[in-house]
Design a protein around this ligand. Structure first.
Ligand SMILES: Cc1cc2nc3c(=O)[nH]c(=O)nc-3n(C[C@H](O)[C@H](O)[C@H](O)COP(=O)(O)OP(=O)(O)OC[C@H]3O[C@@H](n4cnc5c(N)ncnc54)[C@H](O)[C@@H]3O)c2cc1C
Length: 498
């Protein structure tokens, strides 16, 4: 009986990643050790590379297991925006003051109802040091500001408002400053970040095993994590970790069953932001040795209806013809609110002056000469959209938005027909998303059990953990790479010096 319930609680390493914790291997059952290192890191993305650099610099020997044929992970696919603040050289050169206390207020608010105050505080306190660390690795940041509302600058400009810093209600709680920093590359910068960091990892002498997919953790008789069982091109291998194992294996957006179980709202997503390795393997391995998780029900969803930024001058309404958000909010916050509307229905209403085609390619649902006709074309309740637009216009003329406080520069009465509605609805619009929950960790990367004891020998960072960003409604671009690399570094240092 005992064995049967054990089997039903765990999955074995041989099973493909499912939803149950992965049963660890006992060290007594390890047939041989193929590798040995002070620190074994699972996953060579942003968190893994940062952990490896610090562990090597602390004098540890490092083995990295990467399931793909080359490292990079989602970090390499990303836009490469990194969240820094508190007066970085770029902010200063571009004329922005940023008080660390204001950055902390913002981070705490942006983290939603369950912030990790200690992680936020450390991140702010060491933000300038972390920026300098990136430069020291060889990543350049142009001293320039990108002023337009966008998801990611197409130029090589650096600084941008990458979240909700300058929009309501965040701007009334914390003094706004742009904190998104993109390395000096035209367009997406993730590839350059990872090429540079992996270059440093190699220079520092870490052993990188590619095509090496971690299957499960190895524990000794005391339950301390002492190694990893992995498969190299299908062949079983065993790596011994003398000081610790760091799980940096990404999140679980690619594991549909795990998503359905923990964060079903992400089933509405039609673009999974991630790579095939985001199957939750790292989280399930951690759970297998007693780790606790946090924020597993949280996930980022985006409705990237801008750029072009003039679209922000339109209004977004639901199936009741009513506004529900300030349209200048970050696209992730808008995505979260769209999901909450009945039927997931949302339309961006534009007049001829602010009409444009979103880069993300949302479709026109209706186009008419008047708002009354548009209301009928969208099958909205009679009078609903006409009322919403006339109320909005009345105040927009005076530069006010008493309902949602959209910034003045986007407030223009919608009076120049013809009018169009772009479909931002679930199932119609491009809605990308990723998971935000993961293993519960201390800022040092030490993994905690559900009752907050440290799991000996186990560390984690990046999307495998519930890290810095914890709320879809408050997320800012840059928090993922910023948090993954910052706490990856701390995990590397802690494991190396254990
Ligand atoms: C298109 C896109 C744009 C984005 N833009 C931004 C942005 O501008 N700014 C921002 O902050 N964030 C952005 N993100 C999110 C961000 O890139 C990631 O959340 C973050 O980089 C995750 O870092 P990580 O190290 O935790 O995971 P990853 O970088 O994904 O690394 C995890 C690694 O672990 C490996 N792995 C997984 N399982 C195993 C296993 N069992 N054994 C061995 N190896 C394994 C994977 O192959 C992968 O290489 C973007 C993501 C995407 C996809």
């Amino acid at each position: 009986m005992a064995d049967a319930s054990y089997e039903s609680t765990y999955q074995t390493a041989a099973e493909d990643t499912g939803v149950r914790p992965t049963r660890p291997l006992r060290s007594a059952d390890v047939p041989r050790w193929d590798h040995e290192a002070d620190v074994v890191i699972v996953g060579l993305g942003g968190a893994g590379a940062a952990a490896a650099i610090e562990a090597c610099q602390a004098g540890a020997s490092v083995l990295i297991l990467e399931r793909a044929s080359e490292g990079g992970g989602s970090t390499a696919q990303s836009g490469g925006i990194i969240y820094f603040g508190g007066g970085t050289p770029v902010q200063t050169a571009c004329g922005f003051e940023d008080d660390p206390a204001e950055m902390l207020k913002y981070l705490l608010m942006a983290s939603g109802p369950n912030p990790d105050a200690e992680k936020c505080r450390l991140y702010v306190e060491q933000s300038l040091e972390h920026f300098r660390w990136f430069e020291a690795q060889g990543i350049e940041f142009k001293r320039s500001y990108y002023p337009k509302k966008t998801t990611e600058p197409v130029t090589d400009d650096c600084l941008l408002y990458s979240g909700n810093e300058n929009v309501w209600p965040f701007d009334v709680s914390a003094k706004a400053a742009p904190r998104g920093h993109k390395p000096k590359v035209e367009g997406s910068a993730g590839r350059v970040i990872m090429e540079t960091l992996i270059g440093r990892v190699k220079e520092l002498g870490a052993d990188i095993q590619e095509n090496a997919r971690a299957q499960t953790l190895v524990v000794d008789e005391q339950g301390t994590v002492v190694g990893v069982h992995y498969k190299e091109l299908g062949e079983p291998r065993y790596a011994r970790a003398k000081r610790g194992v760091i799980l940096c294996a990404g999140g679980f957006i690619m594991n549909r069953e795990l998503v359905a179980r923990h964060v079903p709202k992400l089933l509405n997503v039609n673009i999974q932001i991630g790579n095939p390795g985001d199957d939750g393997a790292g989280i399930l391995m951690g759970l297998g040795v007693g780790a606790g998780t946090l924020c597993m029900g949280e996930g980022f969803v985006s409705v990237p209806f801008y750029p072009p930024s003039k679209l922000v001058s339109g209004i977004i309404v639901n199936a009741q013809g009513q506004r529900f958000i300030n349209e200048d909010a970050y696209h992730g916050r808008t995505g979260e609110y769209v999901l909450q509307q009945s039927g997931g229905v949302a339309y961006l209403i534009l007049d001829n002056e602010c009409f444009g085609r979103p880069i993300a390619g949302m479709q026109i649902k209706a186009a008419e000469e008047s708002i009354e006709e548009l209301e009928r074309g969208l099958e909205l309740p009679e009078g609903s959209l006409t009322h919403t637009v006339s109320y909005y216009n009345r105040f927009a003329e005076r530069g006010e938005d008493p309902l949602f406080h959209k910034a003045k520069n986007y407030l223009k009465p919608l009076v120049n027909g013809p009018y169009a509605a772009l479909d931002l609805s679930v199932g119609k619009a491009i809605i990308p998303g990723f998971t935000m929950g993961g293993l519960d960790t201390l800022p040092t990367g030490e993994v905690l059990t559900a009752d907050k004891h440290v799991v000996r020998g186990l560390y984690a960072a990046g999307r495998t953990t519930a890290g810095l960003p914890r709320s879809a409604a408050g997320y800012s671009s840059g928090m993922s790479i910023g948090g993954a690399t910052f706490f990856g570094r701390l995990a590397g240092r802690t494991a190396a010096t254990r």
